[in-house]
Design a binder for this molecule. Sequence first.
Ligand code: ADP
Ligand code: MG
Length: 335
Amino acid sequence: MSLPDEPITGTARPVLRVDGLNAGVAGGGRALREVSFEIPRGETVALVGESGSGKTLTCRAVLGLLPPAVAIESGTVTLGSGESAVDLTGARPATWRRLRGTRLAAVFQDPGSYLNPSLTIGYQVAEQLRVRGNTGRRAARDRSLELLREVGIHDAERVERLYPFQLSGGMLQRVLIAIAISLGPELLIADEVTTALDTVVQAEILDLLERLQRSQRLSLLLVTHDLAVVARMSHRVLVMYAGELVESGPAEEVLRHPRHPYTQALLRVASLGDWSRRTLETIDGQPPAAAAEITGCRFAARCAHSAPGCTDGVIPLRAAGPAHFARCIRDRVAA
Ligand SMILES: Nc1ncnc2c1ncn2[C@@H]1O[C@H](COP(=O)(O)OP(=O)(O)O)[C@@H](O)[C@H]1O
Ligand SMILES: [Mg+2]
């Protein structure tokens, strides 16, 4: 059941709307709790949070690709709005086949594992166009060369003849981005697409995503550990902690005036360097397992400001400013 004050509401024509999503784990417990957000058309929404907080599951729930042990219990995922709206909750396999790659597409962390090792790059880019886009063989090849150039592969004629093992991680990620945008999706989900890459290549791939987002008016759900990337690339930010969104709002506003103590801690740690592989060392304790049942605030055990009311019951998201929400009962907590 969604709360009336869920984050990022009221967007005129969102490309994606997730409403009150709960996902259960086999054997008990929940990995996602009351997750609600919208992605406005042509905007980048960043999703941040420590490892294990539920970012990838959120992406996979949107894509209909949850692992077998995780299932949606309640809530809705809607792609598009108005006449083009499709309810993805409980969509049939045929609907998913029709939508994935065409209206929504995704790129993940480990590009090597998403390409067929025994087929050339050119074949795999063109295949999507031929099979899904009903493009003729010749036109598909021309378009695939164009797409490879569009993602910054200048010697496309050479690269199209190569096999995946002959390309670096950064080049593979470019190829996967080319495939992802090939049929003009409304929504692109990019889940830690630069995590496995060298710093220089990371910056190039992020530049590429930013350029594509702007030139194609893509809506981008960008999962990242890098708050500098959030500041530079995203319009809005969602902060996730132990399976729950704890803060959301315009990126600039959230980064400047974080309201939730967890967001404040993230920002403090981010200023000390990469926190992707670590838990927040500046605050005591570990995040609870996503599935752990906790009454009240899931961050309370680690929060320097925790008070008796924090563990009494459900903590709703509260307005912290225009389109800015935080799941904290305190009116103002100093950063
Ligand atoms: N395949 C799975 N089976 C069971 N539980 C899972 C599975 N994948 C993820 N989870 C649970 O969901 C939590 C969130 O995972 P994930 O979304 O991958 O985190 P993140 O992407 O934020 O690092 C994990 O900590 C784990 O408890
Ligand atoms: Mg992940």
